[in-house]
Design a protein around this ligand. Structure first.
Ligand SMILES: Nc1ncnc2c1ncn2[C@@H]1O[C@H](COP(=O)(O)OP(=O)(O)OP(=O)(O)O)[C@@H](O)[C@H]1O
Ligand SMILES: [Mg+2]
Length: 331
C-alpha cells in the first residue's frame, strides 16, 4: 500500500486530470485504488461521481471528507470514520471532497503550533485525515492511494504531505511553473524537518494513535505538455523543459538533501527525475469529464468519432506505460 500526492504550488498544471487517469490506469493493471479528494474545489470528486452521489455525501448523514473532521472543528472529539464511495463494478473508491473542508485549515494551523510546542493534540489533529485513510486502506487491501490537493502551501496541504509515502511534482515547462516550484523544496524540507524533530522530542510512546512518519519520498516530476499548442511547439517550450532537471536539482533535491532524512533514495534512481509525460488530449479532456470516465475508456457513445478514436487508443497505451512506470518506481 502506497500513497502518492501530486503537488505543485502553481494552479492549473493538470494535477487533478492526471491523478484521475493514473488511478484508472493503475486499476486496469490489477490494483485496488483509493482516491482522496482533499482539494476543497472538489474537481476530482466531480470527475468521478454524479451529482446525486455528491449531494448525498454532503447531506446531514453523508460521508464526505469534511464529515470526518467535523467533530474536531466543532470541538466535539476526534476524527469520525467515514466510508468512501465505491465506483460500480470497479476496484476504485473515493473519499468524496467537500467545499467545507477549508474550515479545517485554521484548526490545522493551530495544530502545527502545538506540534512545535510538543503537545499531543497537535499530532492528533494533524494525523486525522491520515488515520481515516489508513484505516480504510489497510482493511480493504488497497494498493495505491492517490490524493488530490489544491495548489497552495497551506496547513491542510502540509498535513497531507506529511501523511504521504510519496510526492510527485507536475511541471509545465514555462516561466511561471518553474518559478512556482522554486520554493517547494525549501518549504517541504522545513515541514519535514520540524515534524520529524518534534515527533522525536515528544516520543512515540506518548502518542496513543497512529501518526505518519512524516518523511515522504520525493518521487520525481511529470512533464505536462497540454499547454503546448501544435503550431507552437516552440523553442521556448524546449528551452524551459530542458531546464527542469536542473531546477529540480537545485530547488527541490538540494534543500531536501540537507534534511539528512531518507527522502531522496527513489528519485535519485530515475533518469532526469521524470516519471511521466502527460500529453495534450485537447477536447477529449472535457469529454472525459462529462462522461465521468477516463479518456482511454471513451467510446462512440460518449461522442468519440473519426480521428478521436486514434487519440483514445494512444492515450490508453500512454497510460498503460505510465502505470507500469509508476508501479516499478513506487512499490
Ligand atoms: N492532458 C491534458 N490535455 C488537455 N487539457 C488538459 C489536460 N490536462 C488538463 N487539461 C485541462 O487543463 C485544465 C486544468 O487541469 P486540472 O484541473 O487537471 O489542473 P489542476 O492542476 O488540478 O488545477 P488546480 O490547480 O486548479 O487544482 C482543465 O480545464 C483541464 O480540462
Ligand atoms: Mg486540481
Amino acid at each position: 500500500m502506497k500513497s502518492i500526492v501530486f503537488f505543485n504550488n502553481k494552479g492549473g498544471v493538470g494535477k487533478t486530470t492526471f491523478t484521475f487517469h493514473l488511478g484508472y490506469a493503475l486499476e486496469r493493471a490489477g490494483n485496488k485504488v483509493l482516491f482522496v479528494d482533499l482539494d476543497p474545489q472538489c474537481n476530482l470528486t466531480a470527475h468521478i461521481c454524479d451529482e446525486e452521489t455528491i449531494d448525498k455525501a454532503w447531506s446531514e448523514k453523508g460521508d464526505s471528507v469534511y464529515k470526518a473532521v467535523e467533530p474536531i472543528i466543532k470541538g466535539a472529539g476526534d476524527v469520525k470514520l467515514i466510508e468512501p464511495y465505491k465506483v460500480e463494478n470497479r476496484n476504485i473508491w473515493i473519499f468524496i471532497g467537500d467545499l467545507l473542508l477549508s474550515d479545517f485549515e485554521g484548526e490545522l494551523s493551530n495544530a502545527w503550533t502545538q506540534i512545535l510546542a510538543g503537545q499531543e493534540r497537535g499530532f492528533r489533529v494533524t494525523s486525522a485525515i491520515y488515520r481515516i485513510i489508513q484505516e480504510f486502506a489497510s482493511k480493504n487491501d488497497i494498493d495505491y492511494i492517490l490524493i488530490d490537493v489544491a495548489p497552495n502551501l497551506g496547513s491542510l496541504n502540509r498535513a497531507v504531505l506529511l501523511g504521504c509515502d510519496n510526492f510527485v511534482i507536475p511541471m509545465i515547462p514555462d516561466l511561471f511553473s518553474l518559478r512556482g516550484s522554486q520554493n517547494l523544496g525549501r518549504v517541504f524540507a522545513d515541514w519535514i524537518r520540524n515534524y520529524y524533530t518534534s515527533k522525536q522530542r515528544i516520543g512515540v510512546s506518548k502518542l496513543q494513535f497512529d501518526t505518519p512518519n512524516g518523511t515522504p519520498k520525493f518521487s520525481g516530476y511529470i512533464l505536462q505538455q497540454f499547454n503546448v499548442y501544435r503550431s507552437r511547439k516552440t523553442k521556448a517550450y524546449e528551452r524551459w523543459s530542458s531546464q527542469i532537471p536542473d531546477y529540480i536539482n537545485e530547488y527541490v533535491i538540494g534543500p531536501l538533501n540537507a534534511t539528512d532524512l531518507k527522502i531522496l533514495d527513489l528519485v535519485l534512481t530515475i533518469p532526469d527525475y521524470k516519471v511521466a509525460d502527460f500529453k495534450n488530449y485537447h477536447g477529449l479532456v472535457p469529454m472525459a469529464q462529462t462522461s465521468l470516465k477516463p479518456i482511454f475508456e471513451l467510446t462512440s457513445r460518449d461522442g468519440v468519432i473519426g480521428d478521436h478514436t486514434r487519440y483514445v487508443n494512444d492515450c490508453r497505451r500512454e497510460f498503460e506505460q505510465i502505470a507500469n512506470n509508476i508501479q516499478s518506481i513506487i512499490k
